[in-house]
Design a protein around this ligand. Structure first.
Ligand code: PGA
Length: 252
């Protein structure tokens, strides 16, 4: 059985004070939840204080990005060992906003996934097609290219802690969610690819999250699909009420 994971990607939101309020509110609201994994991914500037607040709680901490080198002359970048030192256990790699605005290629995403894994953290590997690609019936080939590139040179054992997030770019921040059927179709395709490229141990065990305008009222229908194992939530993760409600609506 794959445990449901609900992850909040705060993107570039929240000052220090706002982050403390949000994380305290979530800790209070979600204290009793044990059957779902809960994760928050605040901006780098809030990680340390978030880690102090959620210590010994049921909420895990993740970062939204990383550099693939351990250290060096890379002004403005943050490495995985640095993230580990502030108690992050997950790191997002390959979010479509990074691919689009910061020109992250599959090769770069692959390096990041390897760095995250090598440090013993859990990569959340994002992939997804644009609207144009979907309309040109390229969804499956785009997903296959991103998956193959992002997981290049990795072996079955390397994928133990990996999580995939399918995020159709046209559904991110647009209020336009993929229907549960549309999402399931791609999730099961990803699982099939994982089986072909690795093994059924990988394809059966690996969690695949859906992301793109997840809200409290569409959570249940998405999570109920066989191959959807949770959600990566952007906008609705910025408020205690909506994120808590998404977590609660994902309970079996
Ligand atoms: P959204 O963002 O929930 O605001 O659509 C999802 C994401 O980009 O991870």
């Amino acid at each position: 059985m794959r445990k449901i994971l609900i992850a909040g990607n705060w993107k570039m939101h929240k000052t220090s004070q706002e982050a403390v309020e949000l994380i305290n509110g979530l800790k209070r609201e979600l204290a009793d939840i044990q059957t779902v994994d809960i994760l928050v991914c605040p901006p780098f500037t809030n990680l340390s204080e978030a880690a102090d607040i959620i210590i010994d709680s049921n909420i895990a901490l993740g970062a939204q990005n990383c550099h693939w080198e351990k250290e060096g002359a890379f002004t403005g970048e943050v490495s995985v060992p640095m993230l580990k030192s502030v108690r992050c256990t997950y790191v997002i790699a390959g979010h479509s906003e990074r691919r689009k605005y910061f020109a992250e290629s599959d090769e770069v995403v692959n390096k990041k996934i390897k760095a995250i894994k090598d440090a013993g953290l859990k990569p959340i590997f994002c992939l997804g097609e644009t609207l144009e690609e979907r309309e040109e019936n390229k969804t499956f080939s785009v997903i296959e290219t991103q998956l193959t590139g992002g997981l290049k040179d990795l072996k079955q054992d390397d994928l133990k802690d990996l999580i995939i997030a399918y995020e159709p770019v046209w559904a991110i921040g647009t209020g336009k969610t993929a229907t549960p059927q549309q999402a399931e179709e791609v999730h099961s395709f990803i699982r099939k690819l994982l089986k072909e490229k690795f093994s059924s141990i990988v394809s059966d065990g690996l969690r695949i999250l859906y992301g793109g305008s997840v809200k409290p009222d569409n959570t249940k229908d998405l999570i109920n699909k066989e191959d959807i194992d949770g959600a990566l939530v952007g906008g609705a993760s910025l408020k205690v009420d909506s994120f808590s409600q998404i977590v609660k609506n994902s309970l079996g």
